[in-house]
Design a protein around this ligand. Structure first.
Ligand code: WTA
Length: 645
């Protein structure tokens, strides 16, 4: 953890819900308060009622069984999240409602009603079963953002297979590590996806990964781009052919509430990425309730969460949360600037999007392009704007509200994590005033506090560590295959509470501002990257002996990657080649913005790299703090000179 938690300037602007929004809002601030208090005092009663709004094949016996740090929710109950997301709505007469509107980067549009989506998911479930996939088996998905991504996730859920989605922008190394860690039996990929008009050859990466992943038995390939692929006989099958042979009818499996639903890998401060494990019942209840409440969902909403399904935001708010609520989801395959920076606004205008949920990094990029671009489109269908993934600076917040929301739409800033499964902190758009740059209040059942390292609660406006003091239904259950790491990373840092890894403060109104990570995790364009992961990739290159990676503040990306590398004796480091090597090991998102060649790294006498000083050098700041514990204090001056400080 870093030694300092930066405090930022106080924001004084406050935006009350508009009379128009509040008029149709499902609840008032007072009602939120009453429900929130009840959710903490009577969690069994509260969560039992919420879960009761969904369908269960067998009722639960106990709402919560808490043996710190392990929670079991809806113990003894059986359900199926895909059934709740699809069959339930079709049975209630929503079969002809649009479930999914998909727009490809090339402009192709596909629309699936709830009946049609259910039909596809049933066939896919049968196809997976025919390939020998059974409940509990892991299935890795490496797909573009196409309807088949959601269909494959729901098909896994329907039969109780555990999906592990790997973002299509990750490279072979990251993909094969994740397949091996999960020991997946099946990989579902596509020939290629589109990114800025260019096909990205996923199948070629999948082939390379499959050569290193002994547990894989089959590779199912969706035809998206029509690009040539090599199909390995006996191993590879076309998705459309497998579906054509599959039966149309399928009954969703009755699964225990604690049956694993998915593993999603995310970066931590140490070691390789962690497989965050979520289970069926609690995750279902958490994503259902937060989508409904936080977005104040209405039956005719067109809900667009721009996140790729490779991230948790795509899991919870592109797929599960909105479908569990019977909403119409918009899904867009490509880049925000293809063919130009008006693409998002054109999509909103064309499809009548009412709720937009996106990331600060995208908002900052749009802001830089100027107001004239969004102003050229009719954005009047929008009624609510959301932000997620990293702290949003007040200027970007204000721009989002004005240039996109026409000063009419509330803006919500939602804080949560892969581990939390669902939104934890936010304002409710029809009930609470919003403060730019501040996430807001805890959602139902979330007992959030700001504490010091000893776990003592801090006073108003004091910067500290964000913790959650009680279990909640959509919390991660463990780190896949490494429960010890789960205990240590989340429940072992501060006694008896969940430690999120973020620095935060709470104001006198109880609003929480999340300031950023306090560990060695970077947020690059809102994507989590462990410094350790990038360092491992660097030292895997033959020219590098040692490496240290830090984040540097970046106006657009939030943070960018800066690497200090020590060459192997007798070798020279070529920064261009090294950068390309990191991309091939992890993916483009980990590409270092700067690589500085060093003759030594600042280490303590015990050999620990003091990244704090490297952060200062990377940011071009003067060295501050006690350098006396360094083995060789002179190293800082030499590094600063190399970095041009
Ligand atoms: C950061 C994304 C400030 C935070 C859903 C967290 C935020 C990490 C916010 C989780 C926000 C997310 N304000 N910071 N509204 N939302 N973060 O797992 O550092 O990809 O710990 O989940 O993103 O990233 P993850």
């Amino acid at each position: 953890m870093t030694d300092q938690i930066d405090n930022v300037l106080h924001e004084t602007r406050v935006f009350a819900p508009s009379a128009e929004f509040a008029a149709t809002a499902s609840l008032t601030a007072a009602e939120y308060q009453t429900r929130y208090e009840r959710s903490l005092q009577d969690p069994d009663g509260f969560w039992g009622e919420v879960a009761g709004e969904l369908s269960w094949m067998k009722p639960w016996e106990r709402v919560l069984d808490w043996q710190e740090p392990h929670a079991q929710w809806f113990v003894g109950g059986q359900t199926n999240i895909a059934f709740n997301a699809l069959d339930r709505h079709v049975a209630q007469g929503l079969g002809n409602k649009r479930a999914l509107i998909w727009e490809g980067e090339d402009g192709e549009v596909r629309t699936l009603t709830y009946s049609e989506l259910l039909g596809e998911v049933k066939r896919s479930a049968n196809a997976l079963t025919a390939l020998g996939v059974v409940a509990g088996d892991r299935v890795t998905l490496y797909l573009p953002l196409i309807p088949e991504a959601a269909i494959a996730m729901l098909a896994c859920a329907r039969i109780g297979a555990v999906h592990s989605v790997v973002f299509g922008g990750f490279s072979v190394g990251a993909l094969s590590d994740r397949i091996n860690d999960a020991q997946s039996k099946l990989l579902i990929t596509a020939d290629a996806g589109y990114r800025r008009g260019q096909p990205v050859n996923l199948k070629a990466n999948a082939d390379e990964a499959a050569a290193r992943t002994p547990t894989l038995e089959h590779v199912l390939v969706v035809r998206r781009a029509g690009t040539p692929v090599t199909m390995q006989a006996g191993r590879d099958l076309w998705w459309h052919e497998a579906l054509a042979e599959a039966e149309a009818e399928h009954e969703a499996a009755a699964l225990d509430a604690e049956h694993p639903l998915f593993v999603l890998y995310t970066s931590g401060s140490t070691g390789k990425p962690k497989g965050v494990l979520h289970t069926t019942g609690g995750y279902m209840v958490g994503t259902y309730l937060t989508t409904k409440t936080v977005f104040d969902l209405k039956p005719d909403d067109v809900f667009w969460c721009t996140a790729d399904i490779g991230w948790v935001t795509g899991h919870s708010y592109t797929v599960y949360g909105p479908l569990l609520n019977g909403a119409t989801v918009l899904m867009y395959e490509g880049a925000p600037n293809h063919p130009d920076w008006g693409r998002f606004w054109q999509i909103i205008q064309k499809h009548g999007v009412t709720i937009l949920y996106t990331a600060p990094t995208a908002i900052r990029a749009f802001m830089r392009q100027g107001d004239a671009i969004p102003a050229a489109y009719d954005l009047s269908s929008l009624r609510l704007l959301g932000s997620v993934g990293e702290p949003i600076n007040p200027e970007a917040w204000m721009w989002y509200r004005r240039a996109i929301g026409g000063d009419r739409c509330p803006v919500i800033d939602t804080w949560w994590q892969t581990e939390t499964g669902a939104i934890m902190l936010t304002t409710l758009p029809g009930a609470h005033p919003a403060k730019p740059g501040t996430a807001g209040l805890p959602m139902y059942g979330i007992d959030a506090a700001i504490v010091n390292r000893e776990g003592e609660e801090l006073g108003p406006d004091e910067g500290g560590l964000l913790v959650i003091r009680k279990p909640w239904p959509s919390m991660l259950r463990t780190v896949y295959g490494d429960d010890e790491r789960y205990r240590k990373a989340y429940w072992g840092e501060i006694p008896h509470v969940y430690f999120a890894g973020d620095g935060a403060r709470k104001d006198a109104d109880g609003y929480i501002t999340v300031m950023g990570r306090v560990d060695d995790v970077l947020s690059v364009s809102g994507h989590r990257l462990g410094t350790m992961e990038i360092e491992s990739a660097l030292v895997a290159h033959p020219s590098v002996a040692e490496a240290a990676v830090v984040g540097k503040p970046d106006d657009l990306k939030g943070e960018c990657v800066v690497a200090f590398v020590l060459p192997q004796a007798g070798q020279t480091v070529d920064p261009v080649a090294l950068r390309a090597y990191v991309v091939s090991q992890i993916g483009a998102l980990a590409r270092p913005d700067a690589i500085y060649i060093a003759d030594a790294l600042p280490k303590t006498r015990s050999g620990k790299i003091m990244r704090r000083f490297l952060r200062q050098i990377a940011a071009g700041r003067a060295i501050e703090g006690d350098t006396s514990t360094l083995e060789d204090p002179g190293v800082l001056e030499r590094l600063a000179a190399t970095a041009g400080v």
